[in-house]
Design a protein around this ligand. Structure first.
Ligand code: V4E
Length: 242
């Protein structure tokens, strides 16, 4: 395939960088009736909603093999990417190191032009040269085929959300339509913010909820890929992405 060619017109890259970007720190957990009881005591239920997620990648999985997750949810695009090495946290005790190992940290980008810039940067060597504009509205999704992106996973989730109001901690209990249940404790940190403080809040919340596991709990995508794309799942496991 030919190199280069995709262009983002009308965009000034430096002006876009840093906009609509935050770091999402989260810990997944398996939940039971006891967890729900503890949650109702320490948190406030802020609602229940259902959403459908569609995940996109090239047929060769160039994004997910780089731990980049492009998703459309409720008509909005989101890209989760790894944070820079270190990720801004400075665990000082053994307990903090253990607690951090149970959490994931991803940059979350929600501005479509910025998502397209990031994708172009990663995919520029493998995109077909179509000499066309990539900048587009939310309705015009021709940029997907220009970048050779196709939907590889989709599922619906029923989510019940809780907050611990003073803490900026959100807790979600998810039921995916393929029969997997998982909870997550999440703190969103503005870029450059205090990731260690977020990890500490998550650990305190986990203790309040009586979460005892010392292994990372699988997310919905792990389970989905294991069932629907086992070869790709195996590659992600051996690359230590999942
Ligand atoms: C980052 C990531 C994926 C994208 C989906 O992220 P996830 O947090 O699982 O989404 P969701 O819907 O549960 O929460 P929301 O985005 O609404 O807060 S798919 C796989 N990963 C990487 C990953 C990982 N390596 N390990 C774990 C435990 N989770 C995710």
């Amino acid at each position: 395939m030919k190199k280069g060619g995709l262009k983002l017109h009308h965009l000034h890259a430096p002006a876009l960088l840093g906009q609509e970007m935050s770091v999402e720190v989260e810990r997944k957990f398996s939940y039971s009736a006891d967890t729900l009881k503890a949650l109702e005591e320490i948190g406030v239920c802020v609602g229940q909603r259902q959403f459908h997620d569609q995940y996109f990648d090239t047929p060769q999985f160039d994004l997910t093999l780089r731990d980049m997750w492009l998703r459309k949810r409720k008509g909005f695009w989101e890209l989760k990417c790894p944070t820079a090495a270190g990720g801004g946290a400075e665990e000082t005790s053994g307990a903090q190191v253990k607690a951090a190992a149970l959490c994931t940290r991803y940059k979350e980008i929600t501005s479509l032009p910025e998502i397209q810039l990031r994708l172009m940067d990663v995919l520029k060597d493998i995109c077909e040269d179509r000499h066309s504009e990539t900048g587009s509205s939310h309705q015009d999704e021709s940029w997907l085929s220009k970048m050779n992106l196709v939907c590889f996973a989709e599922f619906t989730t029923m989510r019940q959300s809780f907050t611990l109001e003073e803490d900026g901690v959100q807790i979600d209990l998810d039921q995916a339509d393929f029969g997997y249940y998982v909870g997550e404790v999440e703190v969103v940190v503005p870029e450059g913010g205090d990731v260690q403080a977020a990890l500490d809040k998550i650990e305190i919340t986990a203790q309040k909820l009586g979460l005892t596991g010392d292994q990372r709990v699988e997310g919905k995508m792990n389970v989905y890929l294991k069932r629907n794309h086992p070869e790709h799942y195996a590659k992600l496991l051996s690359a230590h992405i999942l």
